[in-house]
Design a binder for this molecule. Structure first.
Ligand code: PGA
Length: 253
């Protein structure tokens, strides 16, 4: 089975002490994970090492960075490279979250470079895609998402694309309390898989985990995750509340 993933995206929330307690509370309450299940915590840079040591004895729990820079190294004050993350033992990194695309002008081409760098260090990129409300209202969501996939992922080899995790996050559903319906999520996930299948072949596309993101919570996770092409979720707000995130973990297939 494809990996089923519950990924927490803390964004710019929590002090160090709050983050430590949040992790503790979730780890204490979470169920044992199956071989095909994975829990990810994407925490702010200053907490990566703490979080890594908190989960050191856990099975199928990993720590992710929320971003990295699209250049290898050099005079880029304030940025963090894929190599730096690799050097502290981080294996996962979110790439192209819609907030980074919007507030930091990250282009599909920048994201392709980030993905190349992460893969060169054998790290797993969690690549985010998704359309804004205006695009959905114009019925252009498929074209929009296909272009994001093409421009950031289509240069990869078969072996490389298999390492990538994709997160479909309709921007109109992020932090708004407005979730895509389970049917809308499944429809887009199936479309994403078909785009990947056309380029990389069905057997390869079938191995790629596609997560849904956008107001996932305890009350809707099981219904959304039930979609045949939905392999878990990337969770913002609800990942900061232990009972919510534990329930979301329990909803994984
Ligand atoms: P949300 O955020 O769960 O708060 O909507 C999801 C995300 O942005 O990854």
């Amino acid at each position: 089975m494809r990996k089923q993933i519950a990924a927490a995206n803390w964004k710019m929330n929590c002090t160090y002490q709050q983050g430590e307690k949040l992790l503790d509370d979730i780890l204490k309450a979470k169920p044992a994970l199956g071989a095909d299940q994975l829990v990810l915590f994407a925490v702010p840079f200053p907490y990566l090492i703490m979080a890594k040591s908190e989960v050191a004895d856990e099975k199928n729990v990993q720590i992710a960075a929320q971003n990295c820079y699209h250049k290898k190294a050099g005079a880029y004050t304030g940025e963090v490279s894929a190599e730096m993350l690799d050097s502290i033992g981080i294996d996962y990194c979110i790439v192209g979250h819609s907030e980074r695309r919007e507030y930091f002008n990250e282009s599909n081409q920048d994201l392709a470079e980030k993905i190349n760098l992460l893969l060169s260090f054998d790290m797993v990129p969690v690549f985010c895609c998704g359309e804004a409300l205006a695009v959905r209202e114009a019925g252009q969501q498929n074209e929009w998402v296909a272009k994001q996939l093409e421009e950031s992922l289509f240069h990869l080899s078969d072996d490389q694309i298999k390492k990538v995790v994709i997160a479909y996050e309709p921007i109109w559903a992020i932090g708004t309390g407005k979730t895509a319906s389970a049917a809308q999520a499944q429809e887009m996930h199936a479309f994403i898989r078909s785009v990947l299948a056309k380029k990389f072949g069905q057997p390869t596309a079938d191995q790629i985990s596609i997560l849904y993101g956008g107001s996932v919570k305890a009350s809707n996770a099981a219904e959304i995750f039930a979609g045949a092409d939905v392999d878990g979720g990337l969770v913002g707000g609800a990942s900061l509340i232990p009972e919510e995130f534990v329930a979301i973990i329990k909803a994984l297939k």
